[in-house]
Design a protein around this ligand. Structure first.
Ligand code: NI
Length: 185
């Protein structure tokens, strides 16, 4: 079990586009396991590889802690791609890379996503509600996009101090992090 430090807003990997995974080697399998450990240690419901400083198109999701989705087992999506989307809905989001900041974001309500599972087998999933939300948020990470990119500046003003603390490495978190100033383990 390895808990990796999570890269915070202001660090480079969060703004880079991750590359497709071509084959499932031992390093990638170990990375996926570490991503689950890291997400669980931070009480997150989703995590993208960029957030642990690795530019591979891999995300992990675990929404089994929420009552309405307790039957959905934790799973990893390799090379996820949205192939269909419909509807729109607003939902409040947060992000382990932007601690203490929460804001409403409008995204598609229902999506069809194509991905490879941990056997590198191609899969398709129709998702809605919180599951669609988490997947869309994490796929954004793989493209260097953060949820705050969608939030109006007027709203982000409320979080000015927090956002500055994150970028200056002064934010306190319950989990190990990398800021653009220092590594806090
Ligand atoms: Ni996030």
């Amino acid at each position: 079990m390895a808990i990796l430090p999570i890269y915070l807003d202001g660090t480079e990997p969060l703004r880079k586009k991750a590359k497709p995974v071509k084959e499932l080697d031992l390093n990638t399998i170990a990375l996926i396991k570490d991503m689950f450990d890291t997400m669980h240690a931070a009480d997150g419901i989703g995590l993208a590889a960029n957030q642990v400083g690795v530019l591979k198109r891999i995300i992990v999701v675990d929404i089994s802690g929420l009552e309405e989705t307790k039957d959905i087992k934790p799973f990893a999506l390799i090379n996820p791609e949205v192939i269909k989307e419909s509807g729109k809905c607003a939902m409040e989001e947060g992000c382990l890379s932007i601690p203490s900041v929460r804001a409403e974001v409008v995204r598609p309500e229902r999506i069809t996503v194509k991905y490879r599972d941990t056997n590198f087998k191609e899969q398709q999933l129709i998702a809605e509600g919180i599951l669609a939300r988490v997947i869309l948020h994490e796929i954004d990470h793989l493209n260097g996009v953060l949820f705050t990119d969608y939030v109006p500046k007027s709203k982000l003003k409320e979080y000015k101090d927090t956002l500055e603390k994150i970028k200056s490495g002064e934010i306190e978190t319950r989990y190990p992090v990398v800021t653009n100033q220092k590594v806090v383990l």
